[in-house]
Ligand binder design. Structure first.
Ligand code: ADP
Ligand code: MG
Length: 518
């Protein structure tokens, strides 16, 4: 460490490029500092550093241990402008910010190496790297006690594993609404969740509302908390951190939130279960478009979710195409040339033929109560089981026609306009992946939680680009490339800010890639 201090001090006043010489490993007593990659100039993205320390709790599940430590390091870096770490959000996921490699924790972060103009500020750098940095890491490690975070994480995993005949569960006392439309923190003044007696169940020791498999409809007046409940269920595929409020909102891990998304690209998706005989004569068994409509986009997204292995679909009227959802009797009489069979006429067949459950928010139409197994009414932010009441109002409907399962698409090509230099896909925000000169819009892929998770998806797409053989299905590519992201996160080198995505989100990003050929 003393030698690093004097080397950095000695660089004072030199050109910025001279910083490159400090790349390497340094023994700092209780920890090893590794300078992985030095930024090329003061305006480039900051340098990549990591610290290696023995894992003080090697017997505990490393995912929550590492998540907890990354949060503490982020706290300790506060007030140090030049030190940063990719702090986890409300979800607890494998993150490159901290991993356990064979009993050693690798804490990966970013250091902006100081300069005046393009000259090295050597003494400032020496203090930053040799004093401030190890002090902050020591502060994060002092009294590091991940036990309660680990216990909570394991409990959530156990609850999800024990869902059995439930597709989702929300504990009594859960806080579902968020502080604001852009803040993922809990709303301070929220009314805690309270389960209706008829749906109350005990999941691995926790009491709350169980949503059974089948077709569930959430009804209720506007502003009574329907979308808030559905959004909590949608993120219930992930574990949540202490004091989030949604710790015990637990959903089947394959659940997919599907919405309308006009303008998206669709490649070779069989949407004929919902849409046939379009006026253009387009083949809807291999539907391809660069500009989908609301209904065709939503039909494609449902079929893609099924292709990727979703056992549960989550659908909100707020973000759906009305003509994809329902069609009433009078409109059936008035308009006979209708290519769309709405979801309400397919949803039971989906459950009967494939065991795929659906949870639909529908406050504006009674059509779904005819096909529902369970009807939950949200009133003043509280759920009520109105299944019996709804059944009394329900009308008999015809048995739905068979629902044929989607064919697995085989990816033949992923065309990317790279210009002069091939660059791998990148993401900085959660809604967009840049790939070559093009971008993949994933803003409607609802269960992407952060820019770093989008970066995890981007790295997976890069793997797909390099490993196409023209014979592999999209679902297999998604799963193998998501594993590649996991390898990067757990690998020996500092991969930057990366959070693990599900293979499902990788499949949905790939499906939206405008260079995808089926
Ligand atoms: P809906 O979909 O039924 O129209 P939302 O779910 O969008 O209603 O909720 C409407 C508003 O109420 C939102 O601002 C939301 O944050 C707030 N809200 C939802 N649940 C609660 C709750 N349990 N306590 C307090 N406010 C809530
Ligand atoms: Mg709503």
């Amino acid at each position: 460490m003393a030698s690093l201090f004097s080397r950095l001090s000695g660089l004072d006043g030199k050109g910025y490029g001279a910083y490159k010489s400090i790349t390497g490993r340094y023994d700092m007593g209780s920890m090893t500092l590794v300078i992985d990659r030095v930024q090329s100039d003061p305006y480039a993205p900051p340098s990549k550093f990591h610290v290696e320390v023995p894992n003080p709790t090697p017997e505990l599940n490393p995912v929550p241990v590492c998540d907890h430590l990354a949060r503490r390091v982020s706290e300790a870096f506060r007030g140090h402008r030049d030190l940063s770490i990719d702090a986890p959000g409300q979800e607890v996921l494998p993150t490159a910010a901290c991993v356990d490699r064979g009993g050693t924790l690798h804490i990966r972060f970013f250091v902006h190496l100081p300069a005046r103009g393009r000259r090295i500020l050597g003494r400032t750098a020496a203090h930053l790297v040799c004093n401030d940095l190890p002090e902050a890491i020591e502060e994060a490690l002092a009294g590091f006690a991940p036990q309660s975070a680990v216990k909570l994480y394991n409990q959530q995993e156990e609850m999800r594993a024990q869902l059995g005949d439930l597709v989702a569960f929300v504990a009594d006392g859960a806080i579902l609404p968020r502080a604001t439309g852009t803040s993922p923190l809990p709303l301070a003044s929220a009314i805690p969740f309270c389960s209706p007696a008829s749906l109350r169940t005990n999941l691995a020791g926790v009491l709350g509302m169980g949503i059974p498999r089948g077709v569930t409809v959430i009804v209720g007046g506007g502003f009574h908390g329907k979308s808030t409940l559905l959004n909590a269920l949608s993120l219930g595929v992930y574990n949540h951190t202490l004091a989030d409020g949604r710790e015990y909102a637990i959903t089947n891990p394959t659940a997919v939130h599907v919405r309308a998304e006009d303008g998206r690209a669709v490649a070779g998706v069989d949407i004929s279960e919902f849409i046939s005989s379009l006026p253009t004569g387009a083949d809807t068994t291999r539907f391809t478009t660069a500009n989908a409509s609301g209904s065709t986009s939503q039909a494609a997204s449902v079929m893609e979710a099924l292709e990727a292995g979703a056992e549960v679909l989550l659908i909100d009227e707020d973000t759906s195409a009305t003509n994809f959802m329902i069609r009433d009797a009078r409109m059936k009489k008035l308009v006979t040339a209708e290519p769309i069979t709405p979801l309400v006429d397919r949803v039971r067949a989906l459950w009967r033929d494939h065991g795929v459950s659906t949870i639909i928010v529908a406050g504006g139409s009674s059509a779904f109560i005819d096909v529902a197994d369970t009807v939950i009414a949200m009133e003043d932010y509280q759920p009520h089981d109105v299944t019996e009441k709804a059944r009394a109002l329900a009308e008999d409907v015809d048995e739905q026609a068979d629902f044929s399962s989607p064919q697995a698409r085989v990816v033949t090509d992923l065309r990317v306009n790279h210009g002069k230099r091939k660059k791998r896909p990148q993401a900085k925000i959660k809604g967009e992946i840049r790939h070559g000169k093009d971008s993949v819009d994933i803003s409607a892929v609802e269960q992407v939680v952060s820019g770093s998770q989008a970066a995890g998806i981007a790295r997976a797409l890069g793997w797909v680009e390099d490993h196409l053989d023209g014979h592999t299905t999209l679902a297999e590519l998604a799963s193998e490339s998501a594993d590649h992201t996991a390898d990067l996160i757990h690998g020996s080198s500092h991969p930057g800010a990366l959070v693990q995505p599900r293979a499902l989100e990788v499949a949905f990003a790939l499906s939206r890639h405008r260079g995808l050929k089926i």
